[in-house]
Design a protein around this ligand. Structure first.
Ligand code: SAM
Length: 259
């Protein structure tokens, strides 16, 4: 097959380290009969070993040249190829509970991660290669430098774990940053349920607007000290000291007060 020249605008860095490819497949644990969607199959580094273990593999790929290559692969009969932008892809169009996998294009990783919250009840688990710095922020616990809005918003939906550290040399071309593989499993209500998700999301955004300020200052126009204390938040603490469940509780209290 003709060589494919990596396209920067599609974030194309192709995995070439066979040990890491195997580690990812082992982490996903594909079983025949599973419904698996791979995002951005590229030159099929993960696609091939996944397809070998599955009856069917859905792939979502934006690059037409890559789609044409995928169609010629010896195992193409196992692939259901969805050509297009994954940010527009209707995950609910693939029926059943799904496992989602991908070495994601890093330039769209944050908006993409938030799209999964829309289909969370349909997801068994997800395994993604991402920029390591992003994974560190996703899994960060309160009181650490990496803990912020992304941690709170994703931990609301998912239990997450960093599984594999991946150096730039594992890819061709090598990206400028370190990467890591994260496992995300939907979690139901461990940190509470926001009665109004939009309100909760807005509250968290405002809480972290200025990290170096106290929570009292960041939220001064929407919450009193009494509101904060009522859910167990010390008004003098900074936003990064406050656990996700306390943001959920505060959002629910403020809504209740306003009702
Ligand atoms: N999975 C392959 C691997 O590990 O070698 C390729 C990974 S490469 C980092 C990202 C892949 O996602 C490329 O195949 C790229 O064309 C594709 N891609 C980029 N942006 C996309 C988008 N918006 N929707 C779907 N696929 C996209």
């Amino acid at each position: 097959m003709k060589e494919h020249r990596a396209r920067k605008r599609f974030g194309q860095n192709f995995l070439q380290d066979t040990r890491i490819i195997q580690d990812i497949v082992n982490a996903v644990r594909p079983q025949p009969g599973d419904t698996v969607i791979e995002i951005g199959p590229g030159l099929a580094a993960i696609t091939a070993p996944l397809a070998a273990k599955l009856d069917v593999l859905h792939v979502v790929e934006i690059d037409r040249d890559i789609v044409a290559r995928l169609q010629k692969l010896p195992f193409a009969n196992k692939l259901v190829i969805h050509q297009g932008d994954v940010l527009q892809f209707d995950f609910a169009s693939v029926p059943g509970k799904k496992k989602i996998v991908g070495n994601l294009p890093y330039n769209i990783s944050t908006p993409l991660l938030f799209r999964f919250s829309e289909v969370v009840s349909d997801i068994i688990d997800m395994h993604f290669m991402l920029q390591k710095e992003v994974v560190e922020r996703m899994v960060a616990a309160p009181k650490s430098n990496d803990y912020g809005r992304l941690s709170v918003m994703l931990q609301y939906f998912f239990d997450m774990e960093c599984l594999i550290d991946v150096p730039p040399e594992a890819f061709d071309p090598a990206p400028k940053v370190d990467s890591a593989v994260v496992r995300m499993i939907p979690q139901a209500g461990r940190i509470g349920t926001a009665h109004d998700f939009t309100h909760f999301a807005r509250l968290v955004k405002q809480a972290f607007a200025q990290r170096r300020k106290t929570i009292r200052n960041n939220l001064k126009d929407i919450a009193t000290d009494a509101d904060l204390l009522a859910v167990g938040i010390d008004p003098q603490h900074r936003p990064e000291h406050i656990e996700p469940q306390l943001y959920v509780a505060l959002s629910n209290l403020l809504l209740h007060n306003a009702a």
